[in-house]
Design a protein around this ligand. Structure first.
Ligand SMILES: C[S@@+](CC[C@H](N)C(=O)[O-])C[C@H]1O[C@@H](n2cnc3c(N)ncnc32)[C@H](O)[C@@H]1O
Length: 355
């Protein structure tokens, strides 16, 4: 998924530094897991991973890509649907063929639903919005009727969130939609077959980073990838959040031009200039880990001097090191009145220390 701070393109750099520092296995905690790109790589490398994030869609990714230990059994569902093959691929094809339903996404995030029309919201074409509704409704029904377990539910839901993102009429974040249909938005929504990385003993949580970290038994690696600026993820990814949470028990109310939902509990101290340093120190002080490795870049709101001081005070100062690489920035929009990028590339750092 297109995501601010997604580390997919930095996985080689991160893996190299882990090897260089002799961090090769054991248990690892990634409490800002986002798209789960790093957590799933750690799982592939044999770590027992705990992946967590405050956002529900991130929990869905962590559950699907990290916690699920093997391809779930789909026999009962395939039989009930009278499918010839009992595989996740066959179920994905079934969902992909469902006709659109005029549901929550159609109503709020396409320009023809009542709320969407009022505000002219153009996040999805009516057809794609209706197909997202149909698939999300069906997943909920299967789950409630006991036709699918939690593993398969989250695998399919993760594919739906990724598929919706590929046809979202945005420049990458949902803080605004584009006022004309972009080429990706007019393509039909298409679910891909879920892929499972086998491996046991990994877990996913939706929780605050501090809660997750301080409640772990001693572990090997704490990989930190906190937000680095004041943009709150809850406001930039509210549409994937709605798809992840659904609209079944609590009907979310949307407001304003972009259809934001009430999400005050997800406003993060890590995205507040006055609070991020305290949050960082509290987390490092309470982590029962052997190695800290933190991704951050040269435009982050936690000053470099603070990172150095906190890591050297709470770790063994002689093992402290900052590793750097150049990186082409993720640009979700262009320079505007309120934001001037300093160029197309940023320095990405990995701050490391042993405890
Ligand atoms: C830079 S992104 C992580 C990107 C991730 N490594 C990836 O590759 O996709 C930061 C993440 O921190 C999460 N976050 C922000 N505040 C948090 C908190 N207090 N506890 C847990 N997660 C938080 C955001 O939801 C976001 O997904």
């Amino acid at each position: 998924m297109r995501y601010i701070g997604n580390k997919t393109r930095l996985l080689g750099f991160i893996s190299r530094i882990l090897r260089f520092r002799g961090i090769r296995g054991g248990s690892a905690v990634d409490p800002f897991s986002g798209t789960a790109s790093v957590a799933r790589r750690l799982k592939e490398r044999g770590f027992r991973v705990v992946a967590a994030d405050i956002m529900e869609y991130a929990y869905v990714f962590a559950r699907a890509y990290v916690e699920v230990p093997r391809i779930p059994d789909t026999t009962d569902l395939a039989r009930a649907l009278e499918l010839r093959a009992a595989t996740p691929a066959a179920i994905t094809r079934y969902l992909d063929r469902l006709p659109p339903e005029a549901g929550f996404i159609h109503d709020h995030y396409s320009p023809v639903g009542a709320a969407g029309r009022l505000h002219g919201r153009m996040y999805f074409t009516p057809e794609n919005a209706g197909r997202i509704d149909a698939i999300r409704n069906r997943l909920e029904q299967w789950r409630r009727d006991g036709w699918i377990g939690e593993d398969l539910f989250h695998l399919l839901l993760a594919e739906l969130i990724e598929a919706a993102d590929r046809v979202a009429n945005t420049t990458g974040v949902y803080a605004a939609y584009v006022k004309s249909w972009q080429p990706n938005a007019v393509r039909p929504l298409h679910l891909r077959e879920p892929r499972v990385r086998e491996g046991n003993g990994c877990h996913a949580f939706r929780a605050d980073a501090l809660e997750v970290v301080r409640n772990q038994p001693p572990f090997e690696l704490l990989y930190l990838d906190p937000p680095y600026n004041t943009r709150q993820y809850a406001g930039y990814y509210h549409v994937p959040e709605v798809i992840a949470r659904g609209w079944f028990d609590v009907h979310p109310s949307t407001r304003g031009k972009t259809g934001l939902i009430e999400d005050n509990d997800k406003r993060s101290d890590w995205s507040r200039a006055g609070r991020c340093e305290e949050a960082f120190e509290a987390l490092v002080a309470s982590a029962p880990c052997r190695h800290f490795v933190m991704s951050y870049n040269d435009e982050g709101i936690i000053p470099e001097a603070t990172i150095r001081r906190v890591f050297r005070e709470h770790g063994r100062a002689v093992t402290y090191r900052r590793h750097a690489t150049g990186y082409r920035r993720y640009r979700s929009d262009s320079d505007g009145e309120n934001r001037r990028y300093r160029g197309d590339s940023v320095r990405e750092y990995l701050y490391c220390v042993e405890k």
